[in-house]
Design a binder for this molecule. Structure first.
Ligand code: GLN
Length: 277
């Protein structure tokens, strides 16, 4: 069987809009090749042992395992990141939070930045890569997630990120930052989407937070002022229908210039504010 035939069969089995792209990603993962390889090798015959391994990963995907967990990779910002079932799969909308953070962090300043619930390290590593003089601290409750995040820092040679185990701001006792960012869990624990698609396979602790999805957001907003310098920023990702609620949380905690930014789909996605100072 040739590469082209194998991809056609797999795409037909996977179905859906992204089937062709997914079949390619799974074959490249099986072969350990970069995307450019495909262009020159569509007519190559594929060895039977590779076909067998490819069919195994296509079967996993066809049974519903998220593509990122099957390949163990997901691109975020400019970084190719390792992910595992211990980490949320980084989402494109979280790049909005990175953009908003970078807009508040001028180059060449030794800012102190914290990323709470870092998961695969996506936000912390994106900021660290764009602001090499900044010192970033990334926390996560999950040791499994921190192991993945540390591996990603090492793979991208980002030495300006420290990782600490613990709940939200707990590992930051006695420290203050210029900017705190977080993409915490924000889905209501009764939301039926949790039982659908990729979400079924992701850590529930990274997705759901209380009956209204606002528990972690509320805890972070309340505790953040004690860990920010005067004038310091808090940036929180949240659900499309939580903008007003999160603005109220920030205002109640003493933040000013509180505003909500919308993602590329024009949905409320990130609320931010700064401490007076
Ligand atoms: N944005 C994710 C989703 O709705 C949820 C991630 C989160 O709770 N932080 O699928």
């Amino acid at each position: 069987m040739t590469v082209a035939e194998l991809l056609r069969q797999a795409a037909a089995r996977l179905g859906g809009d992204t089937a062709r792209h997914e079949a390619e990603a799974l074959l490249l993962h099986t072969l350990g090749c970069e995307r450019a390889w495909l262009f020159a090798h569509a007519g190559d015959t594929v060895a039977t042992d590779v076909v067998a391994r490819f069919e195994q990963v296509v079967a996993l995907r066809a049974e519903g395992a998220p593509l990122a967990y099957v390949t163990g990779r997901r691109g975020f910002w400019t970084l190719d990141l390792q992910v595992s079932a211990d980490t949320l799969i980084p989402r494109p909308e979280t790049e909005l939070l990175v953009e908003l953070a970078l807009a508040r962090l001028a180059q060449q300043v030794p800012w102190r930045v914290a990323d709470l619930g870092t998961g695969s390290g996506a936000i912390a590593l994106a900021v660290a890569s764009e602001r090499p003089r900044a010192q970033v601290v990334a926390t996560d409750f999950s040791e499994g997630a921190l192991a993945v995040a540390r591996a990603n820092a090492l793979a991208h040679a980002l030495g300006n990120v420290q990782f600490r185990q613990g709940h939200w701001l707990a590992p930051l006792a006695g420290e203050r930052f210029d900017l705190i960012a977080s993409n915490p869990p924000y889905i209501a624990s009764t939301d039926p989407h949790l039982d659908q698609g990729d979400l079924r396979h992701e850590p529930l602790s990274a997705l759901a937070s209380g009956a209204d999805g606002l528990q972690a957001l509320g805890e972070i907003a309340a505790a953040a002022p004690g860990h920010l310098h005067p004038g310091g920023w808090l940036l929180l990702e949240h659900g499309w229908d939580q903008g007003a609620a999160v603005r109220a949380l920030l205002q109640r905690a003493g933040f000013v210039d509180v505003a909500t930014a919308q993602d590329l789909e024009q949905r409320d996605r990130v609320t931010l504010g700064r401490l007076p100072g």
